[in-house]
Write a protein that binds this ligand. Structure first.
Ligand SMILES: Nc1ncnc2c1ncn2[C@@H]1O[C@H](COP(=O)(O)OP(=O)(O)OP(=O)(O)O)[C@@H](O)[C@H]1O
Ligand SMILES: Cc1ncc(C[n+]2csc(CCOP(=O)(O)O)c2C)c(N)n1
Ligand SMILES: [Mg+2]
Ligand SMILES: [Mg+2]
Ligand SMILES: [Mg+2]
Length: 329
C-alpha cells in the first residue's frame, strides 16, 4: 500500500483541487461521492486511462503538461466515440518529487484544460507512492441515446480515414530523448505533440453521424486500425504512402534513406490521439466537408474488405511490418 501523507492529502484537495470542482455535483470535494443527475435522451459514456512516469511521460516533463496529457488521452477516447465530455474523476499518485510547487503546476495544467474543453472535476483520490508518479482520470461524456460508435461496425466496401497527422507524438518522444535533431521550431512542434496532443472533440458529432466504426490512435495507427478490423471481423487495407505527415514529420522523412521503414515507425509509434474511422464510400464528401469546416485535416488511408486482420501496403505492394504498435510487455 502506498504511504499517505495526511497533511499533504487534505491540503491538496482543499486548496488546490476544490477550486476545480463542479459547482453542484462534486459536493465541494468534501463528501464520499459525487452525484450527477441523469440527462434525458442521452447515454453516459465513460472511459479511463492512466499515465505513469517513465512509461507514458518522461521524468523531466513539466507537471502542467503531464496533467494536460492525462486529460487529453482520455478526451481522445470520448471524441473517437462521438461523445461530448462534461467531467472527470481524478486519481493522483504523487511521488517523492511531487512537492507543493509541483502539485500547483499539475493543477494549473488541469485548470487550463478544464477551460479549453469545458469540463469540471467531480471527485477522485489522492495518495502518495514510493514509486514513480502516476495519474489516472475517468472521463465522462454525454452522447444522444444509442448513438455511440463502436469499434465493430466496419463493413466491406467502407473507406478508412484518419484525422490530423500521424507520427508527431512518437517523433516528439525521440526528440526529447535526443534521438533526433531538426530545426528548433520543428523540435518544438514535435515535443508539443508528445506532451499536449489535441483530442479531436470538434469531430465528435461528425463521427457520430457518419462513421461505421472508430477508435482513437493511442497504441499506433496500425494497432488501432487492427482493433477495428478484429472487432468488425473484416480486413482493413492501409496504404502507408498516403500517411498524413506534419511539416516536421516530413522534414524528418526527408532525412531518412529508407522511406518505407520510416513510415512504418510513424504508423506504429503511437501517442497520436487522432481518430481512425471507417465510413461508407457515399459518406466521403460529407466527411470532407465537415472536416474542412473545422479546418481539420482528414485523409483517406485505405479501405475495408472481406477477410480479417490488417493488410499494409507501400506503393501497392503488401508489406509485413514487424510490429503494429505499443504494448505493455
Ligand atoms: N483494468 C481494467 N478493468 C476493466 N476494463 C479494462 C481494464 N483495462 C482495460 N479495460 C477495458 O478494455 C478495453 C480496451 O482498453 P484499452 O485501454 O486498450 O483502450 P484504449 O483506452 O482505447 O487504448 P489506450 O489505453 O491505448 O489509450 C476498454 O473497454 C477498457 O475499458
Ligand atoms: C516515456 C515514454 N515512453 C514511451 C511512450 C510511448 N507509449 C507509452 S504507452 C503508449 C500507448 C498508450 O498507452 P496505454 O495503452 O497504456 O493507454 C505509448 C505510445 C511514451 N508515451 N512515453
Ligand atoms: Mg485505455
Ligand atoms: Mg485510451
Ligand atoms: Mg482508445
Amino acid at each position: 500500500m502506498p504511504a499517505i501523507d495526511v497533511a499533504g492529502e487534505f491540503e491538496t484537495i482543499r486548496r488546490l483541487l476544490r477550486p476545480l470542482a463542479h459547482p453542484e455535483w462534486a459536493r465541494g470535494l468534501a463528501d464520499d461521492v459525487a452525484v450527477l443527475p441523469s440527462r434525458p435522451g442521452h447515454d453516459l459514456v465513460l472511459t479511463k486511462d492512466a499515465i505513469v512516469e517513465g512509461v507514458h511521460f518522461l521524468p523531466e516533463d513539466p507537471l502542467d503538461t503531464v496533467a494536460q496529457k492525462l486529460l487529453r488521452v482520455n478526451l481522445s477516447d470520448l471524441a473517437a466515440k462521438g461523445a461530448e465530455p462534461f467531467g472527470y474523476l481524478l486519481a493522483c499518485h504523487w511521488s517523492e518529487r511531487c512537492g507543493w510547487p509541483e502539485r500547483e503546476a499539475f493543477v494549473a495544467g488541469l485548470r487550463r484544460d478544464q477551460a479549453i474543453f469545458d469540463i469540471a472535476l467531480l471527485g477522485g483520490d489522492t495518495v502518495k507512492t514510493p514509486g514513480p508518479a502516476s495519474f489516472s482520470a475517468t472521463l465522462m461524456g454525454w452522447a444522444p441515446s444509442a448513438s455511440t460508435v463502436s469499434r465493430a461496425g466496419a463493413r466491406p466496401g467502407d473507406l478508412v480515414f484518419v484525422t490530423g497527422t500521424i507520427g508527431d507524438g512518437w517523433l516528439g518522444l525521440q526528440a526529447l530523448q535526443d534521438k533526433l535533431t531538426l530545426e528548433p521550431e520543428r523540435m518544438d512542434a514535435l515535443t508539443a505533440a508528445y506532451r499536449t496532443p489535441m483530442p479531436r472533440l470538434e469531430f465528435a458529432p461528425v463521427v457520430r453521424g457518419l462513421a461505421t466504426a472508430s477508435a482513437d490512435v493511442s497504441d499506433g495507427l496500425l494497432a488501432d486500425a487492427g482493433h477495428i478490423a478484429e472487432a468488425g471481423r473484416v480486413r482493413l487495407e492501409i496504404d502507408l504512402e498516403v500517411l498524413p505527415l506534419s511539416a516536421a514529420a516530413q522534414a524528418w522523412m526527408d532525412s531518412r534513406v529508407d522511406p518505407q521503414g520510416a513510415l512504418e515507425l510513424l504508423a506504429t509509434g503511437g501517442d497520436d490521439y487522432e481518430i481512425v474511422l471507417t465510413a461508407p464510400a457515399g459518406a466521403e464528401n460529407a466527411l470532407r466537408r465537415e472536416a474542412d469546416r473545422r479546418h481539420l485535416r482528414l485523409t483517406r488511408i485505405g479501405r475495408v474488405a472481406e477477410g480479417k486482420g490488417l493488410a499494409v501496403r507501400y506503393l501497392g505492394q503488401e508489406i509485413k511490418p514487424t510490429r503494429s504498435g505499443w504494448t505493455h510487455d
